[in-house]
Design a protein around this ligand. Structure first.
Ligand code: NAP
Length: 247
């Protein structure tokens, strides 16, 4: 995979899909800024692992829903490296309930964590990448943002919003050579899906044409493609990584 840029910020990078994205991008020679919110040990251990494998990494703590802290982190990266080449808005949460039991607070918390955080990241990335006339951003949305899911009205709204928002950013960034795309993973084996019961997991797997949950690394490699020079003529698009569950 070819990358003209030199560094990347991955929000929620210390575990799950985010950690795999960090490892894969470091293996392609990018300096990886691992964002974490709550567990410094996980982030430090990942940094050590990447460095032991010959890569370059740094750790940056912030809550991605906090605009001031997100901007401060990007400023720190620019001060350190002189630029920010790539951003992956990966941080996300679920708070599942049937709609009739979902409070407005339940709804807003997921919109904030998933959609608002990505908006802040996209906006700041566009600002700094425009100056260099180069950059690529991937928003980690979800299959649920494309097809909906019972119990996830908040999550589906946030992820569908990310897909639509990426297209608008793509239109605003194109004249400055800044690309924005979405990735929509299906069901991937991480802490997030560990919360599902074995029965629900078996039901989902039975309906997936490839008959299994995806691995975080399979999401990470697809996202690496979307960030890289190999996808230089792709912007505003949505890459499905779902084993064929939604085509
Ligand atoms: P995960 O294992 O639950 O990890 C989520 C990560 O996001 C954690 O590192 C978490 O940090 C971080 N995070 C959450 N809110 C944050 C905030 N406000 N600021 C900074 N970091 C924050 O989830 P995952 O399965 O790896 O999911 C990663 C992304 O893929 C999410 O956007 C998710 O919606 C999406 N996705 C996942 C699946 C799946 O099947 N797993 C499918 C489709 C899409 P803490 O450690 O501090 O909590």
């Amino acid at each position: 995979m070819k990358f003209s840029g030199k560094n990347v910020l991955v929000t929620g990078g210390s575990r799950g899909i985010g950690a795999e994205i960090c490892k894969v991008l470091a293996s392609f020679g990018l300096k990886v800024w691992i964002n974490y919110r709550s567990n410094p040990k996980l982030a430090d251990d990942l940094k050590a692992q990447i460095e032991a494998d010959g890569g370059s990494a740094a750790v940056v703590k912030f809550d991605a829903t906090n605009e001031e802290d997100f901007i401060a982190a990007i400023n720190l990266i620019i001060q350190s490296d002189g630029e920010l080449s790539y951003l992956v808005n990966n941080a996300g949460i679920t708070n599942d309930k049937l709609a009739l039991r979902m409070s407005v607070d339940d709804f807003n918390s997921v919109i904030d964590a998933n959609l608002k955080s990505a908006f802040i990241g996209c906006k700041e990335a566009l600002k700094v990448m425009s100056k260099k006339r180069f950059g690529s951003v991937v928003n980690v949305a979800s299959i649920v943002g494309e097809m909906g899911n019972a119990g996830q009205t908040n999550y589906s709204a946030s992820k569908g919003g990310m897909i639509a928002m990426s297209k608008s950013f793509a239109k605003e960034g194109a004249s400055r050579n800044v690309r924005f795309n979405s990735a929509t993973p299906g069901f991937i084996a991480t802490d997030m899906t560990d919360a599902l019961s074995d029965e629900i997991k078996a039901n989902y797997s039975a309906n997936i044409p490839l008959k299994r949950f995806g691995e975080a690394k399979e999401v990470a490699t697809a996202i690496a493609f979307l960030l890289s020079d190999y996808s230089s003529y792709i912007t505003g698009d949505t890459l499905k990584i779902n084993g064929g569950l939604y085509m």
